[in-house]
Design a protein around this ligand. Structure first.
Ligand code: ZN
Length: 292
């Protein structure tokens, strides 16, 4: 049986792009997700509270959350200060973002892509000395809202550089939902990541996942309920919903280790905590096995 590894990113990527919720609510969501059977959770990010107030309580959330020994938890960091905070908090899987698009990188991180790559080269030994691993997420890999199409060769160049610098893992982010199956095929033919992060902004999330699966990628990010939005398209949906991915894969005989009922309970909780309907078809309609 084929298996797919899903990393649940609702508590970080999801909540970071929603109106702020209470610390206690974040802990409840993390705990609910830790009980679903999911193998990996992106728990928090250690960013400056002025830049991202939604994550100002990351230390508090992480200190109080239940840590299931069967789950690998990761944290996102923007720089070495964030890495130090994540390492001090006990994280051993750390993620950092760089944009394939120079314009997006400047808007997001206030420096060029090359400058970010220099920072990452400095960061890798720091993370390794602490016994942790660093994953580099290449944002806007499938297109940029400012620059348009991104040449797969540019993404491949970034991957070659960070791998040479010692990055442990590579992920491609479809930051604003510009990927389509054709573009997934084009990029993955040029260069292969360890993990893919798709958004469902334009309804192609599941199709992109199936295309990537066909090409041999078996690790994907997804967000419970489809938590999170698109920072450049107000009101648009963002991350692909975890329960939609799990629902489809299980029916195909592909195992994820996740209990769909427990995941749907977490999605109901997520929807209540953010106080808006979440864009998940399986959350709305229930699984196809639920008869009326
Ligand atoms: Zn995302």
């Amino acid at each position: 049986m084929t298996t797919v590894s899903i990393r649940e990113v609702g508590p970080r990527d999801g909540l970071q792009n929603e109106d702020p919720v209470a610390t206690e609510a974040k802990i409840r969501l993390l705990d609910a997700l830790s009980r679903t059977g999911v193998g990996r959770i992106e728990a928090v990010s250690f960013v400056h509270p002025k830049a991202i107030p939604q994550m100002a309580d990351a230390d508090e959330v992480w200190a109080a959350a239940w840590r299931n020994p069967d789950v690998r938890y990761s944290a996102l960091i923007p720089n070495s200060r964030g890495a130090q905070r994540a390492l001090a908090a006990g994280f051993r899987e750390i993620e950092v973002v760089v944009s394939a698009s120079d314009t997006h990188n400047r808007r997001n991180l206030n420096r060029s892509t090359d400058e970010s790559l220099d920072d990452i080269a400095q960061l890798i030994p720091l993370v390794h000395e602490a016994g942790a691993t660093l994953e580099v997420i290449v944002a806007t890999s499938f297109g940029c809202p400012f620059e348009g199409d991104i040449d797969p060769d540019r993404v491949a160049g970034i991957v070659a550089r960070v791998r040479a610098d010692g990055a442990d893992r590579i992920a491609f982010g479809d930051t604003t939902g510009m990927a389509t199956p054709r573009r997934v095929r084009d990029l993955l033919t040029a260069v292969r990541p360890d993990l893919l992060h798709f958004h469902n902004t334009r309804g192609t999330g599941l199709a992109n996942i199936l295309t990537a699966l066909d090409l041999g990628v078996t690790e994907f990010d997804a967000s419970v309920g489809g938590l999170g939005g698109c920072p450049y398209a107000p009101g648009a949906s963002g991350n692909v919903a975890t329960e939609e991915v799990v629902h489809m894969l299980h029916d195909m005989g592909i195992d994820t280790g996740i209990d769909l009922d427990a995941l749907l309970e977490a999605a109901v909780l997520a929807e209540r905590l953010v106080g808006r309907p979440l864009p998940s078809g399986v959350l709305r309609a229930g699984p196809r096995t639920r008869l009326v």
